[in-house]
Write a protein that binds this ligand. Structure first.
Ligand SMILES: [Zn+2]
Length: 443
């Protein structure tokens, strides 16, 4: 996949379960995986490419566990009517935008977003896609963008009945086709889940079909769960179950499955998520923006739920999302000293675990055998930095620094803030602007 790479003399940050700061260490990557981490003098006879990381921090590439590439063209869109609640946000903005997307829009939306992720040291993205009038082949268009940028992405199509039975059927077929394709191609950078929009837009009949098809393929499911109270209200009215109970009945939950948001789940539902080992993804910036509430991730964690962190496409900067997650917990709990362990665990430990479940590689720790996915930040700490205050530096300092170099599987995607890819960013942005303008005219 890649050549050998030696990242020399950096300050290596171990952000996993056992935090550590290793000064003047070098990281050797061969065959896409880390083969050695040691002080420079202990690495001899290296003949591959070298990157100087002196005066910089080297850390595992970041993972975004819930994203929507397709929302790229919403940036600056002023046509959406003000919404009074979350349902209004969906109807006035997102469901108008996604219906107008073409396959080319999907490709450029993904490409622009992927370049932004590279710039922020985010190396793995778990995406949830919708383009109801361009369903067939949409995941293939996004896959093409993923491969051109060299990042890792796990894709799915969000099945929904909101645009009628024919489009729901197309959504089911797109997931099946792409899951089979990923299995066959066995690419270390592209994986698939079975996508579902949300309980309140999926009938029992469609959910049953999705469950049958997903189970047949051994797939996990990626679903929005109890993002707003309306999801619980609708689900209770249609069948008398709460959202997580309904998903459990259809066997949608499980260790490969992702439940995004879970803002409005009760304790019984938290226990079901823990028992089934379903990953919950917290998206604080999106939840604050939509005024839907703040997920009780402290209680979920206490009950044994695996809680990761996503952006819901609000940013490509995972460290910024982690900061907001912390402020949100402070505000929600009326306590400025709560949630630190939960939010840092979500980004650095849980997201690595979720990526590992989907990609079958080890992430989140720089050690021999782990994926060669790294982010190098231009950060020279102005206060003492060690294992005890590493996460404080990440929250307050490194989150404000620039990612200089981003590496996936030993392949350098950006070096010293310059994209190392054979892609013309100005041309991509120019075409994206044209497409966005046309899209805005259609909605
Ligand atoms: Zn979402």
């Amino acid at each position: 996949m890649t050549d050998s790479l030696l990242i020399e003399d950096g300050t290596v940050l171990q952000t996993g379960r056992t935090p550590a700061v290793l000064r003047n260490h070098s990281v050797c990557i061969e065959g896409g995986r880390i083969t050695k981490i040691a002080p420079r003098r202990e690495i001899r006879k290296f003949t591959g490419r070298r990157i100087d990381a002196s005066g910089k921090v080297v850390m595992p590439g970041l993972v975004n566990a819930h994203n929507h590439f397709y929302s790229t063209f919403a940036r600056g869109l002023a046509k959406a009517k003000p919404a009074g609640d979350f349902m209004g946000v969906l109807k006035h903005l997102w469901w108008r935008l996604d219906r107008a997307l073409t396959a080319e829009d999907c490709y450029y939306s993904a490409l622009v977003a992927l370049l932004d992720f590279i710039r922020h040291g985010t190396t793995t993205i778990i995406d949830h896609h919708a383009s109801p009038h361009a369903v067939a082949g949409s995941l293939g268009a996004i896959e093409r963008a993923v491969k051109e940028t060299g990042l890792r992405a796990c894709l799915c199509y969000e099945v929904s009945d909101r645009d009628g039975a024919r489009i729901a059927k197309e959504g089911l077929a797109e997931n099946v086709r792409f899951l089979r394709h990923c299995r066959k191609q066995n690419d270390a950078c592209v994986k698939a889940l079975f996508g579902l929009h949300a309980s309140f837009t999926i009938s029992d009949g469609t959910l049953e079909k999705a469950a049958d098809l997903g189970h047949e393929l051994g797939a996990g499911f990626h679903n929005h769960v109890a993002e707003a109270k309306g999801d619980q209200d609708w689900t209770l009215r249609h069948g008398g179950k709460r959202v997580v109970e309904r998903l459990n009945k259809f066997e949608i939950l499980g260790p490969r499955s992702i439940a995004a948001h879970c803002v409005h789940v009760n304790r019984r539902e938290m226990d079901l998520l823990a028992e089934t080992q379903t990953a919950v993804i917290h998206n604080p910036q999106s939840n604050l923006n939509n005024a839907v509430g703040i997920a009780n991730i402290i209680e979920m964690k206490r009950r044994g739920v695996l809680v990761g962190l996503g952006t819901d496409a609000m940013t490509a900067n995972m460290l910024e999302e982690m900061r907001v997650a912390l402020w949100a917990q402070h505000l929600a709990n009326d306590n400025p000293s709560t949630g630190f362990g939960e939010v840092t665990n979500a980004l650095f430990v849980a997201n690595a675990e979720i990526a590992a479940r989907n990609f079958g590689l080890s992430f989140g720790e720089l050690r021999a055998g782990a994926a060669g996915d790294l982010a190098i930040f231009d950060y020279d700490p102005p206060t003492p930095l060690d294992a005890t205050n590493l996460f404080g530096h990440l929250l307050f300092g490194i989150s404000q620094a620039a990612a200089g170099t981003t590496i996936v599987g030993g392949r350098v995607l950006m070096e010293n803030r310059k994209l190392a890819l054979n892609l013309d960013e100005a041309r991509i942005n120019a075409r994206a602007r044209e497409l966005a303008k046309n899209l805005w005219n259609r909605i």
